[in-house]
Design a protein around this ligand. Structure first.
Ligand code: GLC
Length: 746
């Protein structure tokens, strides 16, 4: 037998043997990849780089798989169909390479958790990891082994519909939450059949989209890119996220799908990332309308040169890479790199030795423990913004409640955006939960007032007012329908839609205690409504168990512990408004608001500092803000030293006392400020947090450790380093409070 054939036979036998074991060593996997790659034709390599939306078991799809033209399929949900597609791939294609099946499992598959922005409001990575783990258990049972989550785009623009999928405005909080989701999705072993490959998306700076309009252009100086938008992605890469996804937007004129600086220099050279980079849906092809490419062939060329490994539904690679290689425009070695990344993902997922999904008669959906985790997450994602006269929690003196509002009983809307596979009929709404759990304790009078959030008809308001007049307390569930946030769902006016403002005002006139619960996919501008309400709970879209969670919070079985992951502006005109802003040369002072300006006031009579005449310079509620039914006192801030030098760590501690009557959790936050820098530094930066449960009247000492890496920042020469000088530090309940302590780095 020819020596080469003998070698190949021997290699194949060795590969077959080693493939039988899970958790192969990296070297073994790399060896298997090289063996496979050496056998692949150019067409088969290109086939692996091609991702198609499902077409079921059509002859065309089966034929493409059989001829090795498909590397991945997204959005197929039927297990038997998936197994048949896999069977064709691993039995009938020449090299028997399995497919990877993908889906957007963003905040749950069947059991839906709060939208990621709500989960971020929990400031509890464990709750977030639990949610991703439940999602993975449910989705993998359906044959999904790759989810396009977490979405870790930092954003400071609530007009942007995709803020709903994000973890808010802060790089540190987003990094922590993104890592937790990756851990939940990927589990302890990526090759376990109940694990899914996670996907850090959208790489990068998608949240900087101009005017908050989706898919819009971004202009991000490199320093800001590295300081604000990249950290969660670097954290995800270091956390072992299996894949990345390009963003649709251009950054400073270069679309991410063709951005070598982003995808080669940063992702591969600086971060040494060895996972797989997939385009977004058609984002390679969209470089044509971007005006970055003349045609699909040029788009394919620019994308593969920029290191995009897989083309999601762009048909660019499958139609043009072969010609580009034959013409010499693209070196086949580039394709080899991408195919290695794709094969590595499939090996890591264990798909070569376990391509099929177990076909079950009973799917692990809506398990009791999953629903409990979803309820726990929903409880922790609610932020108490106002609670005048402790109207909440309702006590035994309350004998009747009026449950009102377009979100009071809308199973579909409380799920929020990006939950394709949810079944609204499994959702428990606030009205359902209040009736079911507290219907014996109180009389429940239900009148929606408005039939949906955008309802412009006021005819239902009269009935709602009548219901309110019969009740001791009014519980208003206001906000946004699910369809008003998410992809391509940006709003230029982020006030309560429809006639909700009128509904709030009418209910206020009844003089009854008014509790407003906001269920939305973004921060809304609700200054007037907040002023009129006696209590405000910001609940985002809380998912399947939003109702039971809110009922328990309202009736005191649970205590609110959420904190805002994003600033709530007073007015849309303040945007962007965020806590980690710069101080400017004229920070706001002696503010005179527009209605307080004397008629005939002289131009020079109002002072000259940085604020809006009609809004001032503060938000409605700041980042990190959230109340409890209890109260907490922060005292005895102590620093291990007033000076920190190279190689040293500064320990900062503080006593937090629960001075109220409820055992409760508090999110203790650590902020710093570098007072003077060669580049101006933000007035505050979140550098740590800890969510702690403290019994009433007990005190906990919370300790943080600050290292020089916490003080370092990206400087004009694109080197991240600390600078000596004065620093301030806060241990606080939110980004605007707390006593400042000072230290020096020298
Ligand atoms: C969408 C989204 C992306 C999603 C992908 C697949 O357009 O931008 O987040 O994962 O397509 O559905």
């Amino acid at each position: 037998m020819h020596r080469l054939k003998l070698k190949k036979l021997l290699t194949s036998v060795l590969t077959a043997v080693s493939l039988m074991c899970y958790g192969q060593s990296n070297n073994a996997v790399e060896q298997q990849i090289e063996n496979l790659l050496s056998q692949m034709t150019l067409q088969e390599k290109i086939g692996q780089m091609n991702q198609l939306n499902t077409a079921g078991l059509t002859d065309d799809m089966k034929g493409q798989i059989r001829s090795g033209k498909v590397g991945s399929i997204l959005n197929e949900l039927d297990v038997q169909t998936i197994n048949e597609l896999q069977r064709i791939a691993v039995k009938e294609s020449r090299l028997k390479i399995p497919l990877i099946i993908a889906r957007d499992v963003i905040h749950g598959f069947k059991t839906i958790f709060p939208i990621p922005l709500g989960q971020a409001a929990s400031w509890n990575p464990k709750v977030v990891e639990n949610g991703a783990r439940v999602a993975s258990l449910e989705a993998t049972a359906s044959g999904i082994r790759w989810t396009f989550a977490p979405m870790i785009d930092v954003t400071r623009d609530p007009r942007w519909g995709r803020i709903a999928e994000s973890c808010g405005e802060d790089p540190y909080l987003t990094s922590v939450m993104g890592e937790a989701m990756i851990k939940g999705f990927q589990g302890d072993n990526l090759n376990s059949p109940s694990s899914m490959a996670a996907c850090a998306k959208h790489f990068a700076a998608y949240g900087a989209t101009e005017s908050g309009k989706d898919y819009n252009t971004t202009w991000v100086p490199e320093v800001q890119l590295r300081e604000v938008y990249l950290p969660p992605f670097e954290k995800a890469a270091k956390a072992g996220v299996a894949t990345f996804m390009c963003s649709f937007n251009d950054i400073n004129g270069v679309p991410s799908s063709g951005n070598r600086f982003l995808n080669k220099q940063i992702l591969r050279n600086e971060w040494k990332y060895d996972g797989m980079l997939v385009s977004d849906w058609g984002s390679i092809e969209q470089m044509i309308p971007h005006g970055f490419c003349t045609d699909l062939k040029e788009a394919a060329e620019k994308a593969v040169l920029a290191g995009v490994d897989m083309d999601m539904m762009g048909y660019a690679y499958i139609n043009h890479l072969e010609e580009l290689v034959h013409s010499g425009k693209v070196n086949e070695k580039l394709l080899d790199e991408s195919v290695r990344n794709i094969l590595r993902l499939k090996f890591r997922l264990g798909l070569f030795n376990n391509p099929y999904t177990k076909e079950r008669t009973q799917m692990p959906y809506y398990l009791a423990e999953s629903l409990q985790k979803a309820k726990d997450a929903a409880i922790e994602s609610v932020v108490l913004l106002k609670n005048n006269h402790s109207v909440l929690p309702l006590n035994s003196s309350v004998k009747s409640v009026a449950v009102i509002g377009p979100l009071s009983d809308s199973q579909a809307d409380q799920l929020g955006t990006w939950c394709f596979d949810a079944e609204p009929e499994h959702c428990i709404t606030p009205l359902m939960a209040i009736r079911e759990t507290y219907g014996k304790q109180v009389q429940v009078i239900a009148e929606k007032g408005l039939t949906y959030s955008r309802d412009k008809s006021e005819k239902g308001i009269e009935k709602a007012v009548a219901a309110a007049q019969k009740a001791d307390v009014v519980l208003l569930f206001a906000g946004e329908e699910a369809v008003l946030s998410g992809e391509a769902r940006s709003r230029a006016d982020i006030s309560l839609p429809g006639k909700q403002a009128e509904l709030v005002a009418a209910l206020k006139k009844t003089g009854k205690p008014l509790v407003m619960v906001v269920m939305a996919g973004r921060p809304l501008t609700i200054p007037k409504e907040t002023e009129l309400a006696d209590a405000v709970l910001y609940a985002f879209h809380g998912g399947t168990m939003a109702g039971p969670a809110l009922a328990d919070l309202i009736f005191g079985k649970a205590v609110p512990s959420g904190k805002l992951p994003v600033t709530l502006p007073r007015m849309v005109g303040q945007i962007p408004i965020y806590y980690a802003h710069k101080n400017t040369g004229r920070p706001a002072s002696n503010i005179t608001l527009i209605d307080d300006i004397e008629v005939g006031a002289k131009q020079t009579s109002l002072g000259f500092t940085s604020y809006h005449l009609d809004a001032g310079d503060t938000p409605l509620f700041p980042f990190g803000y959230g109340l409890s039914y209890s109260t907490f006192n922060y005292s005895d801030v102590k620093l291990s030293s007033a000076v920190i030098s190279k190689g040293e760590t500064l320990t900062v501690s503080c006593n937090v006392t629960n001075t109220g009557n409820y055992d409760a959790s508090e999110v203790v936050q650590l902020y710093i400020r570098d007072k003077v820098g060669s580049l101006i530094r933000p007035v505050k930066e979140l550098k740590g947090f800890e969510k702690i449960f403290i019994k009433a009247n007990e005190t906990h000492t919370v300790t943080f450790h600050i290292t020089l890496n916490d003080l370092a920042y990206w400087q004009a020469d694109m080197v991240k380093r600390p600078e000596t000088g004065e620093f301030a530090v806060w241990i606080a309940p939110d980004s605007q409070s707390g006593k400042e302590a000072d230290f020096k780095y020298q």
